[in-house]
Design a protein around this ligand. Structure first.
Ligand code: FMN
Length: 157
């Protein structure tokens, strides 16, 4: 059997995991609470190139990873994220949300650094909404991002 496991700070990765679970009829667990023998579709949020939480699960069990971030799909660097997290399975990128009230001071600092870097590289019509969400909070959540993962899971059955 396959289960869905998530790591989520402000709730968007959790919501994607739960929606996918409902769509395909698989059980959903917070990271650390999953049964040990099942194959895993993992959802984790992106912090720089790190998929938070993925290191806490048995890699050999992971069959696909949903990477949740704020950036556009086109800017998602799948190769860098695979390398950084030592993942050799398909990655699917989904856009989430940011809720600053859920972040600790360290996360807020990292987020500020990312935003400053974006500003230095130049803001334009594409990255300004992302920059604004990083500064004030905002959502790009859309369940259409689950479609390819749903197809993948159904192809495994
Ligand atoms: C400290 C920090 C660093 C982040 N770095 C990135 C990043 O490099 N690229 C990106 O697309 N999103 C980045 N994000 C945005 C989160 O990945 C995004 O808000 C995600 O939806 C959060 O998932 P959650 O709601 O499950 O916690 C960062 C957020 C935080 C708090």
């Amino acid at each position: 059997m396959t289960v869905i496991v998530y790591s989520s700070k402000s709730g968007s990765s959790r919501k994607y995991a739960e929606s996918l679970g409902a769509r395909v009829g698989l059980s959903v667990y917070a990271v650390g609470e999953q049964p040990s023998d099942e194959r895993i579709v993992f959802f984790g949020w992106l912090r720089k190139d790190e998929v938070v939480g993925v290191r806490d699960v048995d890699r050999s069990k992971i069959i696909a990873v949903g990477v949740v971030g704020l950036d556009t799909q086109g800017r998602f660097n799948s190769r860098a994220v695979s390398d950084r997290n030592d993942l050799k399975v398909p990655l699917y990128y989904l856009r989430g949300w940011i809720d600053k009230s859920k972040l600790n001071p360290l996360d807020k600092g990292v987020l500020l650094a990312v935003a400053v870097m974006m500003k230095l590289q130049g803001l334009n019509e594409f990255n300004t909404p992302i920059f604004n969400a990083m500064r004030q909070g905002g959502s790009f959540y859309d369940e259409k991002y689950l479609d390819p993962i749903e197809t993948f899971i159904k192809s495994m059955e």
